[in-house]
Design a protein around this ligand. Structure first.
Ligand code: SAM
Ligand code: SF4
Length: 326
């Protein structure tokens, strides 16, 4: 299959799809406590419309699709979308990013529909703190969801922790130790709140996170390197699981960015941390041919910036993280 590359010779093979801007949590770094203005339901792409975009993108070389949100599991019938996408020729990996609250009920059905892997966002192992960070007392649901996903063979499960100084950074070692119990834990640098700017004062650079975890023993780089995404993976001595670091801010990996994002309301975003977007919805709702959709995808790829400019204080203002899918 012929693939596409952007203006900086980066091959584009990965599409992240946000299926909803709604969420059942209110993580402090993602959404204000009062929520964000939601798109009217009529503006949210149907599963058929999403599948149409994925089909055209797959014909252009996209082989990996990740479903995200908002919280994707709050949208009804998600397994139906997973089934449609997993049957598209050229797509060989369908994955999900979720807060895990509803995973217990849905893991088995999603796996049967063709979901391969799941990433669960979990920032603390402490019940009270979970409530403070997310606004809800749902830690036990998330932990049960992870167990159920393991039973459904949605592997490898990756647990993503957004590290915040003075909020949860005292749990770095506890999370890293979970890799000795077979967990794959990834530490993510806090990004400035999309749309809010914010002071970003809780940011902890990956270099510091790594140094603090090294107190447990030498971190051995996984060989061969795992995945082709933004994370670098290591193992603690004797651990069967891995410890990963994602440093979008301090060590940005834009040079190897292979992704596009489709927002729940049908905008194609070439970069998470920039405001450019290409609107697919009018074309999807008209009599669009695959060729027209393809041209819009090419337009988005052509406008992919060389890198984000967060360190220079440039942050996206148009959208919230829940609308973009992380
Ligand atoms: N609701 C799902 C979840 O939480 O996994 C999917 C959507 S969420 C927007 C996707 C990812 O973005 C999550 O792993 C979340 O931790 C991450 N995220 C959201 N805001 C962030 C921020 N300001 N900095 C770093 N990661 C962030
Ligand atoms: Fe919801 Fe995920 Fe954002 Fe938390 S990170 S508010 S779970 S969309």
């Amino acid at each position: 299959m012929s693939g596409i590359s952007d203006s900086f010779q980066r091959p584009i093979s990965y599409l992240r799809v946000s299926v909803t801007d709604r969420c059942n949590l209110r993580c402090v770094y993602c959404m204000p406590a009062g929520g964000v203005p939601l798109a009217p339901r009529s503006e949210i792409l149907s599963y058929e419309e999403i599948a149409t975009v994925v089909r055209v993108a797959a014909g252009m070389g996209v082989s990996k699709v990740r479903i995200s949100g908002g919280e994707p599991l709050v949208r009804e019938g998600l397994a139906g979308l997973v089934r449609m996408i997993s049957q598209i020729a050229g797509v060989d990996d369908v994955a999900l990013t979720t807060n895990g609250v509803l995973l217990k009920e849905q893991a088995s059905e999603l796996a049967k529909a063709g979901l391969r892997r799941v990433n669960v966002s979990l920032d603390t192992l402490k019940r009270e703190r979970f409530k403070e960070i997310t606004g809800y007392d749902r830690l036990s649901d998330v932990l049960e969801g992870i167990e159920e996903a393991q039973k459904a063979d949605l592997r490898p499960i990756k647990v993503n922790m957004v590290v915040m100084r003075g909020v949860n950074d005292d749990e770095l070692v506890d999370f890293a130790l979970l890799s000795r119990e077979g967990w794959n834990v990834r530490f993510i640098e806090l990004m400035p709140l999309v749309n809010g700017g914010g002071e970003h004062r809780e940011f902890v650079p990956a270099s510091e996170i790594r140094a603090r975890i090294s107190s447990l023993g030498e971190l051995l780089a996984c060989a061969p390197p795992l995945g082709n995404g933004p994370a670098s993976y290591y193992q603690l001595p004797g651990a069967s699981g891995t410890v990963g670091f994602i440093a979008p801010v301090s060590e940005h990996f834009c040079f190897k960015c292979n992704r596009l994002r489709l927002s729940a309301d049908g905008k194609l975003l070439p970069c998470l941390l920039a405001d450019e977007e290409v609107d697919l919805r009018p074309v999807l709702r008209g009599d669009a041919s695959a060729g027209e959709i393809r041209n819009l995808i090419l337009e988005a790829v052509a406008s992919k910036p060389q890198g984000h400019r967060v360190m220079q204080g440039v942050v996206p203002r148009k959208r919230w993280m829940t609308q973009v899918g992380g």
